[in-house]
Design a protein around this ligand. Structure first.
Ligand SMILES: NC(=O)c1ccc[n+]([C@@H]2O[C@H](COP(=O)([O-])OP(=O)(O)OC[C@H]3O[C@@H](n4cnc5c(N)ncnc54)[C@H](OP(=O)(O)O)[C@@H]3O)[C@@H](O)[C@H]2O)c1
Ligand SMILES: [Zn+2]
Ligand SMILES: [Zn+2]
Length: 352
């Protein structure tokens, strides 16, 4: 065991502050990584503030962060995938049982015994797992991803959650050329959704509550942009979408989007607001539409997504910040004031 610098929250109402945590020493299949960048996901904020209390209550102190990219600094004797000096990345999961049908299908995100990167029972050290707002992490190589060499690392970090969470449902629901796809909420997830839907050849329509994001949406790959508070603009798209990805972090009316689906169209929620959303049955009945949800993605698909990004030159649009600005970044995230993901430069932690 050794110590690592980190930022943690002591309670749902505390700011994140500098601390020291324990990390296990790398043995067997473990790789130890120096973390270079960690993205700030809205899920970090939900968890730090215990907004998902009913589903997964937060254990304090909480060290969030599951959009991790870094460099391998140590390897256990059995490691075969990585060498010291390699780039590596870690997303929302650090382990699973690896034997159940879900794991065997490469869908570890559905494993009953999955270990999430933070706020989950730590099988090695006891207590809970600690995430990427830290100078280092130790993870089994089976849950470490290879990073394409041609991409900007600050913009790679968010691919590990925002990237896979939007890529996976689009692959599942067969987003391809000729499909009309809506992306609701142009935040960290949403802007990755736009990039992927565009790269997959779809006709992409962005729905935003922020008129000042219109030009960016087009630059990111949208064919059309709708300011969702404008009912007339919404009406024009009634019954026309094959697929809509809803990446909104707060309470909102999903019925107005369900109506925009064509027959047999699907709306997938990836956003995870604190409170339940109301659904009008008739919106689904008329048109045999479906509503579904999707959590992150499995390890093989996460690697596929990273390789796709390498091939297409896709990264997140990031605002790089030092860790000392993390609390301010959370407040800005709540105001939808980030273009389009904060990525923490972990070198800043050395100053603590
Ligand atoms: N399913 C999963 O596995 C998974 C993975 C990661 C994150 N999530 C969840 O996905 C959600 C989005 O995460 P994120 O990191 O992308 O958050 P984010 O960067 O804060 O983006 C959320 C966007 O939602 C829109 N929005 C915010 N408040 C709104 C409101 N009251 N009404 C309508 N639109 C609103 C804003 O877009 P506009 O300005 O364009 O309107 C905002 O930029 C969070 O709930 C997060 O926990 C789920
Ligand atoms: Zn996330
Ligand atoms: Zn399993």
């Amino acid at each position: 065991m050794h110590n690592a610098k980190a930022y943690s929250a002591a309670s749902a109402r505390s700011p994140l502050t500098s601390t020291t945590i324990a990390r296990r020493d790398a043995t067997g299949h473990d790789v130890e990584m120096e973390i270079l960048f960690c993205g700030i996901c809205h899920s970090d904020l939900h968890q730090v503030r215990d907004e998902w209390n009913e589903v997964m209550p937060t254990v304090y102190p909480c060290v969030p962060g599951h959009e991790i990219v870094g460099r391998v600094t140590r390897t256990g004797s059995a490691v075969s995938k990585f060498q010291v000096g390699d780039l590596a990345a870690v997303g929302c999961m650090v382990d699973s049982d690896r034997t159940c049908p879900e794991c065997q299908a490469g869908l570890e995100q559905f494993c009953q015994n999955v270990t999430l990167t933070y706020n989950f029972p730590d099988k090695h050290l006891g207590g809970v797992t600690y995430g990427g707002y830290s100078e280092s992490i130790v993870v089994d190589e089976a849950f470490a991803l290879s990073v394409p060499p041609n991409l900007n690392l600050a913009g790679v970090a968010p691919l590990l959650c925002a990237g896979i969470t939007t890529y996976s449902p689009m692959r599942h629901w067969c987003v391809t050329k000729g499909k009309k796809v809506g992306i609701v909420g142009l935040g960290g997830l949403g802007h990755m959704g736009v990039k992927f839907a565009h790269a997959l050849g779809a006709h992409v329509v962005v729905f935003t509550t922020s008129p000042n994001k219109k030009d960016d949406a087009v630059r990111l790959g949208a064919d059309e942009v709708v300011v969702s508070r404008n009912a007339d603009e919404m009406q024009k798209h009634l019954g026309s979408f094959d697929f809509i990805l809803d990446a909104v972090s707060a309470d909102h009316d999903i019925n107005s989007y369900i109506q925009l689906l064509r027959r047999d169209g699907n709306l997938t929620l990836v956003g995870a607001p604190e409170k339940p959303l109301a659904v009008a049955a008739f919106g689904l009945l008329f048109g045999r539409r479906s509503l579904s949800g999707s959590p992150i993605g499995g390890i093989p698909e996460t690697q596929e997504m990273l390789d796709f990004c390498g091939k297409h030159g896709i990264t997140a649009d990031v605002e790089v910040i030092p860790i000392q600005k993390v609390n301010e970044a959370y407040e800005r995230l709540l105001r939808a004031d980030v273009k389009y993901r904060f990525s923490i430069d972990m070198a800043s932690l050395k100053a603590e």
